[in-house]
Ligand binder design. Structure first.
Ligand code: DGJ
Length: 373
């Protein structure tokens, strides 16, 4: 009898512990995959395909140069968002060739969407060329028949070459500007007018921090920091998601937004961003619009908490907002990175529920966070 009780209790507690860990995440702690290794998928995004979530992210290394892309894009799968199986590298760097996707380049914020018509998984990512710092400002494209890859690298481009933004006034198109050498008030005024769009008109627009968004009608959008990180561009992708159409819009010119993450709730588009302070955290920002391309209205810092939380977005920077369906309801999870530039592989993650207060999305600290109530 005693033995039976012991066995029963052991199973009871083991069962309880498993259920608990399968539903809870602990903020900013190392999250271990099913092999007991820390999840290495930074600046990531999540795709739900059938009943599985796929988390794609930057595979970092240790040491000061650990932010360079030496390996590729990692992929993890999960049914419950808390237990993650390592699916290996979905996209691998291409060594010993003339490919632009060389180990040692920069590959950031990969996002994957599924195209129902072509049945292809499409990955876009911020790509910088080896040894060129952040000057190239390209967006890279890779495609696969399977969610976990292998993804085939297709190209890296400066988008929207030779086309004006949809919301660019005709009166400014043929003006000849001189770019002020100092980043002073005059420079900022001209940036707002579009001097950098004009500078990059023939070459293609800069594309740095990015995300993807698929609207209810299946149209996909590529949202990225452009114009020396001064202005966000929202671009419509082609039906197969493999290219840019000629339609794009400037959002918050001169606003210096990066780390964009976008979600749709009750027919409104909510855009979360951060300021531009490198790897250091800064106050989060949020905007709302009736149309995906704006105009976006500033609805302030979404963080509710201590002064420190508000100033640093809980020591994190936005990367993605994940919709999770619960019955007929959709909940949204804010995903942020805690960057560790001195040892990037040690960077941890913050995932927090987004709630609506007075019709405005807000993020409050919740630790542990119960993902699937
Ligand atoms: C902030 C961006 O959001 C990151 O993705 C990365 O590009 C760093 N800047 C580099 O300093």
């Amino acid at each position: 009898m005693k033995q039976f009780n012991k066995v029963f209790l052991t199973f009871f507690f083991l069962g309880f512990a498993t259920t608990l860990s399968a539903q809870m995440i602990e903020q900013g702690k190392p999250w271990l995959d099913t092999d007991g290794v820390m999840v290495n998928a930074h600046g990531g995004g999540i795709l739900k395909y059938n009943d599985t979530y796929y988390w794609y992210g930057e595979f970092k290394r240790s040491g000061k140069r650990g932010n360079m892309a030496m390996d590729g894009v990692s992929c993890y799968s999960s049914k419950d968002l808390a237990t993650w199986k390592n699916e290996g590298l979905a996209l691998k760097m291409i060594a010993n060739t003339n490919s632009l996707l060389q180990p040692g380049c920069i590959l950031e914020r990969p996002k994957v969407i599924y195209n129902k018509k072509t049945k292809k998984f499409v990955m876009w990512f911020h790509h910088e060329l080896k040894g060129k710092g952040y000057d190239a400002a390209l967006t890279g494209l890779a495609v696969s028949d399977h969610p976990e890859g292998p993804f085939k690298y297709l190209k890296s481009i400066r988008p929207n070459k030779g086309v004006w933004p949809q919301n660019f006034p005709d009166s400014l198109k043929n003006l000849s500007f001189t770019i002020p050498t100092d980043r002073n008030a005059e420079w900022h005024k001209k940036v707002i007018e579009g001097i950098l769009v004009q500078r990059d008109f023939n070459k293609g627009q800069m594309a740095r921090d990015m995300t993807l968004f698929v609207d209810d009608d299946g149209t996909a959008y590529h949202i990225h920091s452009s114009e020396d990180n001064q202005t966000l561009h929202i671009s419509k992708l082609t039906d197969d998601y493999l290219d840019f159409t000629d339609e794009y819009w400037r959002v918050k010119p001169g606003g210096s937004n990066e780390a964009p993450a976008l979600f749709k709730y009750q027919n409104k588009y909510y855009l979360f961003t951060s300021g531009t302070t490198g790897w250091a955290p800064n106050p989060g920002r949020s905007f709302v619009a009736d149309k995906i391309y704006g105009p976006y209205k500033n609805i302030g810092n979404p963080v509710r908490g201590s002064q420190e939380d508000i100033k640093t977005t809980f020591h994190s920077q936005s990367t993605y907002i994940l919709p999770v369906n619960k019955g007929t309801e959709t909940k949204f999870i804010f995903m942020g990175d805690r960057w560790m530039p001195d040892n990037p592989i040690d960077g941890c993650y913050i995932w927090l529920p987004i709630t609506f207060e007075n019709n405005i999305p807000v993020i409050r600290w919740e630790d542990p966070f119960r993902l699937m109530p």
